[in-house]
Design a protein around this ligand. Structure first.
Ligand code: ADP
Ligand code: MG
Length: 355
């Protein structure tokens, strides 16, 4: 009976390969980012010709292919030459000069470096790289606690391209002037994808991740729409995986609109901590606002300073506006007798779909 064809048998799965749904899976083809990849290549190219490379400051919203596009260029570079060494560092993990140099030494294949000091690590890096050329990629630079390493690299490495990647355009102005002037970077903005592009990217992943013909067209379209609305490919990948799991739990052979609706509901119900969203400092500010919710911004800054916070009011304010942009808090402007003021409200239940 046809009815039984709709039901998943024991041990049968809708998934063919879930690895391709992982956020850090590196696809072989990166469509819709040709222009950006070209920009990376243009910055690196002089190194292949024995000259110094250019530096790039790359920015754009989370989940729109900055890391992926850059890594793809690096992969092609590795296929092309051994004379230019690519060094990718995620500054979320390596957030101090020591950790950055330590990581680079590891990437360069140095062993027995545990007891080395920062300056010794850098000497080893310099010795090796100055015989060739290097592309330094520092991803998520907004998570850095210090940037001295950039200064050191700028001064003492001869042939290099430095690529800085961040979700925040502001990270540039937050950099030390002496670093900025030496970097002389060009800017590369990643614009958001449109629906056609999101649809194409998700389809590519879907066709590898799932067995053929298990997706209802309408169901897939809803994921694509939701993902476009939020403008973060990761959400689309997450929803596809969730919807697949829900369909499997119900022993359904097809992934239907109802499964997608449940997946979307599920992520909306939970307070999902945005993975790349907030660093420690922002989390700390957020919990302070939670504690002091409804009070004036000036009062909250006062409490912050009382507790030993050492940010200037200007930096504090900038971070508060970032929290508002991320919808973690709400800023309410009021006009009272004593003049205008801004109240800060904590927003409970930040939803995944509100990114
Ligand atoms: N053009 C694209 N082609 C294929 N996959 C993409 C593309 N853009 C983004 N992705 C996928 O979306 C996810 C998020 O991309 P990522 O490069 O990590 O974003 P960002 O660094 O901008 O936060 C990754 O899983 C990546 O593979
Ligand atoms: Mg990234």
């Amino acid at each position: 009976m046809a009815l039984f064809n709709e039901i998943l048998k024991d041990g049968e799965s809708l998934f063919r390969d879930t690895v391709v749904l992982d956020y850090d899976y590196q696809p072989k083809i990166i469509p819709f980012r040709e222009v950006e990849q070209k920009q990376f290549a243009i910055a690196i190219k002089p190194l292949l010709q024995g000259h110094n490379g250019r530096n790039l400051f790359v920015y754009g919203a989370p989940g729109i292919g900055k890391t992926t596009a850059c890594k793809n260029v690096i992969r092609e570079l590795e296929e092309e030459t051994e004379e230019v060494i690519p060094l990718y560092v995620n500054c979320w993990k390596e957030n101090t000069t020591f950790k950055v140099f330590y990581k680079i030494c590891e990437l360069l294949g140095y062993k027995f470096i545990i007891s080395k000091k920062t300056s010794e690590l850098f000497e080893m890096i310099r010795d090796k790289i100055n015989k060739k050329a290097a592309v330094f990629i520092f991803d998520e630079i907004d998570k850095l606690e210090e940037m001295d390493f950039l200064y050191t690299i700028l001064e003492d490495i001869y042939r290099k391209s430095i690529i800085l990647i961040t979700n925040y355009r502001d990270s540039y102005t937050e950099m030390d002037e002496r670093i900025r002037s030496r970097l002389g970077t060009e800017f590369l903005c990643f614009r958001p994808y449109n629906e056609f592009e999101i649809n194409g990217i998700l389809k590519q992943r879907r066709d590898y991740a799932f067995v053929s013909n298990c997706w209802d067209d309408e169901a897939f379209k809803e994921i694509s729409e939701k993902c476009t609305e939020i403008n973060d490919v990761r959400i689309g990948l997450y929803l596809m995986r969730e919807a697949g799991n829900i369909a499997e739990e119900k022993s359904s052979r097809r992934i239907e609109v109802s499964h997608v609706a449940e997946a979307i509901r599920k992520v909306e119900e939970f307070h999902i901590k945005p993975k790349d969203g907030l660093d420690e400092e922002m989390q700390m500010l957020l919990s302070l606002i939670k504690e002091q919710t409804g009070k004036k911004i000036g009062e909250i800054y006062y409490v912050y300073a009382e507790k030993g916070g050492d940010m200037s009011y200007k930096s504090f304010y900038r971070r508060i506006t970032k929290l508002e942009e991320g919808k973690f808090i709400r800023m309410e402007k009021t006009a009272g007798k004593e003049g205008n003021s801004t109240l800060l409200h904590y927003q409970a239940n930040k939803k995944l779909t509100e990114y």
